[in-house]
Design a protein around this ligand. Structure first.
Ligand SMILES: [Zn+2]
Ligand SMILES: [Zn+2]
Length: 175
């Protein structure tokens, strides 16, 4: 899904369409998109700039920060962004500076890729520390078992080194 900038010369454009998950290039992240991403947007020309406003909603899944089990999180994104063709600028450094200062994004060629907008807003909308449940016990730091599912003995095996001599005495008495 892309916005054909040339069409905007004729008037504002309203688009609704699906953005394929593969276009989001999220493979290297831990984020899985559940279901379809349907974006509705309106694009219009304001002098040299293009304003793109729209929204989408999708559920995503990412690992629990403590136990790595999948956690489902809703993403509700609304965007309102100005774009400018980078053909108007010749220095890359200048573009980066302007993007930071004014919030204007840049596009090259004749199209604005909607998948770029969606990707950005999914990454912005991710919870900082997702947990599968408030009282998630996480993984055992010694054996790696999920402590929500299994109880391991690591805690009793790994004692404070200062107590180790006492433990040896106790073990000697046992055998
Ligand atoms: Zn968890
Ligand atoms: Zn353990």
């Amino acid at each position: 899904m892309r916005i054909d900038v040339r069409e905007l010369a004729l008037g504002p454009l309203t688009l609704t369409g699906e953005v394929p998950v593969a276009d989001l290039r999220l493979d290297s992240s831990d984020v899985y998109v559940l279901g379809k991403i349907v974006v509705t947007l309106r694009a219009e020309k304001h002098a040299q700039k293009i304003r793109v406003r729209g929204h989408f909603a999708v559920d995503i899944e990412l690992p629990c920060a403590r136990c790595l089990d999948p956690v489902k999180a809703p993403i509700l994104a609304e965007f309102d962004q100005f774009y400018q063709s980078n053909a108007d600028h010749h220095l890359t450094g200048e573009i980066e500076l302007q993007e930071k200062d004014t919030g204007v994004a840049f596009f090259s060629g004749e199209f604005i890729e909607v998948s770029d907008i969606v990707r950005e807003h999914i990454l912005l909308g991710l919870p900082m520390k997702p947990v599968c449940r408030e009282d998630c016990k996480g993984l055992c730091p010694y054996c790696g078992k999920n402590r929500n599912v299994e109880v391991c003995n690591c805690h009793s095996l790994f004692v404070d080194p200062r107590l180790a001599p006492l433990l040896q005495v106790r073990n000697r008495m046992k055998f």
